[in-house]
Design a protein around this ligand. Sequence first.
Ligand code: ADP
Length: 642
Amino acid sequence: MSSNNPILPNPAQSSLPASSPHEPGRFSGISLPQPRSAHRHPLLISLTYVLGGLFWLWALNPRLTAWLDPNHVSSSLFAVWSSTLLIVASGGLLYGLLKSYHSMEHRARQAQDLRLTHLMEQMADTAFIKDRRGYYLYLNAAGARQMGRTVTECLNRDDSALFPAGVASTLIADDRRVIADGTLLVRESTFAIEGDTHVLSFTKWPYRDTDDNILGILGIVRDLTPKRSLEQRSPHDCANLETCVQQRTAQLVGINQALERQIAARIQMEIALRESEERFRQLAEHIREIFWVYGMAEERLIYISPAYEEVWGHSIEALHERPRDWIEAIHPDDRPRVEATVQLATQTTGRVDEEFRIVRPDGALRWIWARGFPVRDDAGYVYRIAGLSEDITARKLAEDQLRRQQVELTRMSRLSLAVELASNLAHELNQPLAAIVAYTQACLTLLRQTPTDPRLLTGTLEEIANQGLRAGEIIRHLRELVYRHPAAQGTVDLNALIHSVLHYAQVELRQARISVKLALADALPMVSADDIQIQLVVLYLIRNAIEAMNEPETGPRELTVSTAQLDPASALMTIRDTGPGFDPTLEDQLFRPFFTTKPGGMGLGLSVSRSIIESQNGQLWATPNPDGGASFHFTLPIQAHP
Ligand code: ADP
């Protein structure tokens, strides 16, 4: 096998596709002429067939000459037939061997062709195969791109159909020279195509079959335009380029330094973050409060600080094993309420604010105040709840003590009022009573004397009557002292007032586990009253309600305070409780001084409250609730506009 070009591959050696011009084969989707060598197999086979036959004829029939002898016709005929059969069999065998060799060779060629096609398709330069006439049989994708056409548009067309006449004529002339000379051609040409100057390097060589027959042209075209334009730049351009490169380098150095600074800052930040996390961890692990984090996706506590073990008396490991461990330690009376809050928090609000009791393994009761806050991601989605749980047992005990002291103080003050009242009464009444006794004794002495003129008794009896009247005056005066409340008339916002009174009473309400409902009227006009005295009345009514609901057998403990505008001239406030209520026939008696049904009661609260409200041009009354409990109502005049 010959090669006309020692550097570039010989098409015959490269096993390009094998198919005849009459019987086109496939090569990367195009038709290529098949090298003739492949079609010489049948000829070779026929030749081998005849030579084999003659050999067997000579080898097996040495008496060939005898065959010509008429005496040996029959044996000669047999020899001819047997020789013929052997010739046919040997020929068939040889044909089969050649056929299988040929198909193996064909498959190997196909594989090589595929690899070559792949290689040509990967090239950045144009690669092509033309037939002898200069028609494109193959063009790679880079070539089509360079020509600004599709591969299909270029195939089976020559350069005159694809390039301007001036360009095409040069290319066609080169092709003809390659075909005529059968040698490699290398040319660098500058073409003006559609106003653009292109510098192209052509390398073309003949495409031959195994017999060195030229089937067409193989070629590679490289676009040197960018390279040449760089080379052709003037020294001034080069200097500019140098400056540009220097500027760009300086920019890149700047960017690099900024990046380095950013990386350093980020590292600093990460260190700071780690340090702050560490500080936070140390803080969380040393504070007395229990710090905890609940994960919404995980549906469990994902962190709890060691204080949990101290307060709950349960281990954190046990909590990790049984996530409900903390909740099962809650006092049975408080557990449903806490569970409801936790459910609401984990499903929607993310907020927790609950006080509850836990029972430690040693049976001790502890009061806990748990608060939780939602932690949101950038999209505002609550993905965690972070919280603190505090052991408030000491505070609760202090509150209890305070409450007991308050109650005691109230009882004492009531007692001392009663004592003071009684001693005042005793002191004030002592004198008229002594006078009455003395006058009565004088009358008796006179009556015992006989005869006695009854008219002498008139003056003494008048004195007795006077002293009796004086005693009545004293009692009335004392009552006035009790009930007289000098009022400082001003403007009062009843809705605001109820908030401050509830604030005073919040400890008592919480301890009695009473829930408060407010039903306050919007835009309630101001009333004309003494703010402090009305606060005392409301506090008194609320304390009565708490005491009423503290009775053991009462059911739900609910205090409802409502306000309303009753008519254009007056506003109404109602304090409603769910205590045992009162007998409706006793409604009037409740407001009498010293009426009480409580063991340590004074029976003055309601009567004093009524006198205060009436002194401020309002009314106070009570009604039993249809569904149990009592309601106390009072009105006050709406502040007249000046
Ligand atoms: P005290 O509270 O010292 O008994 P009060 O004048 O405040 O005196 O109350 C008088 C009585 O009215 C109480 O003893 C009680 O019987 C009744 N009373 C007051 N408030 C309520 C209430 N909210 N529910 C039922 N009864 C009440």
